[in-house]
Design a protein around this ligand. Structure first.
Ligand SMILES: O=c1ccn([C@@H]2O[C@H](COP(=O)(O)OP(=O)(O)O)[C@@H](O)[C@H]2O)c(=O)[nH]1
Ligand SMILES: O=C(O)[C@@H](COP(=O)(O)O)O[C@H]1O[C@H](CO)[C@@H](O)[C@H](O)[C@H]1O
Length: 246
């Protein structure tokens, strides 16, 4: 099991997050992808015991996740099954170890993707607009209604990760991944985890973050709707000659 931590300017919390992640049972690699930080995230993460790679410029969370998965694949042993991947945000600090309940359902083959359900976060200023839009879009495209559609703490098999790539850009990554995997028949499970992250407040920074989340979720969903429509047109134009009655 590899933990992948996408991190942009997380120098205040990354050491605690890395140390805590290293304590998760079955984890033998903690990889931080420094996504073009302007602070010393990379050095602090390395000192805390992580393997660190770095984007020379900021490319967004989804790109950091793809880089992380590619680096883990390079470090997988050729004669052993590929590691499962556990994505953990860099701001969880000491609570990162509490993503541990995401691991057993994937290791035991009960789920292909597990998603953390977080308790209410003190100081969170969201009004549920982005969360609600993402939830409805996932429900309409898959028939499954997630409780926390934007939750970024996720554990999945290598096979599921490959099926979900290329990932939706930026903050659309979670909604896009859930839609893609469910539509391909992978099994998804939400698991409660006692996590604390740095919530977005009601200040300008928080509202700008939500606006970017909303934009990226809409882009991810629209691309998937377009793809689904195109494949249904293709099916209509070239019906399967083997189908009975034709
Ligand atoms: O361009 C970015 C922005 C964020 N992050 C990382 O992605 C994770 C989730 O970001 P954040 O906590 O700001 O978002 P939230 O989960 O609160 O929506 C954190 O580890 C960030 O450091 C990143 O790698 N690249
Ligand atoms: O920024 C926030 O407060 C929300 C998104 O804004 P809304 O509450 O939908 O207006 O998203 C955050 O909270 C979610 C849980 O409710 C988390 O799943 C998201 O990761 C987090 O960004």
């Amino acid at each position: 099991m590899a933990v992948i931590i996408p991190a942009k300017d997380e120098s205040r919390r990354i050491a605690a997050t890395v140390r805590s992640a290293r304590a998760i049972p079955h984890v033998d690699l903690v990889l931080v992808v420094d996504d073009g930080s302007e602070d010393n995230t990379q050095h602090v993460a390395r000192e805390a015991g992580a393997v660190v790679v770095r984007h020379s410029h900021n490319r967004g969370k989804a790109a950091a996740m793809e880089t992380g998965a590619a680096v883990v694949a390079m470090r997988d042993a050729p004669d052993r099954p590929p590691r499962h991947l556990l994505f953990v945000d860099g701001d969880l600090a000491d609570t990162a170890v509490n993503t541990a309940p995401l691991v057993p359902p994937v290791m035991d083959g009960i789920a292909d993707l597990t998603i953390a359900l977080l308790p209410p976060q003190p100081g969170a200023g969201g009004r549920g607009l982005v969360v609600g839009a993402a939830r409805r879009a996932i429900a309409s495209m898959t028939g499954w209604t997630p409780t926390q559609p934007l939750s970024g703490m996720r554990c999945l098999t290598r096979e599921a990760f490959e099926a979900a790539t290329p990932l939706a850009r930026g903050w659309g990554v979670e909604a896009g991944m859930t839609i893609d995997l469910l539509r391909l028949g992978f099994r998804v499970l939400e698991v409660p985890c006692e996590l604390r992250h740095r919530p977005s407040g009601t200040d300008l920074k928080g509202q700008l973050h939500r606006a970017a989340q909303y934009r990226d979720v809409q882009l991810a969903v629209n691309a998937r709707r377009a793809r689904a429509a195109a494949s249904s047109v293709r099916r209509t134009m070239s019906p399967d000659p083997q189908r009975p009655g034709r």
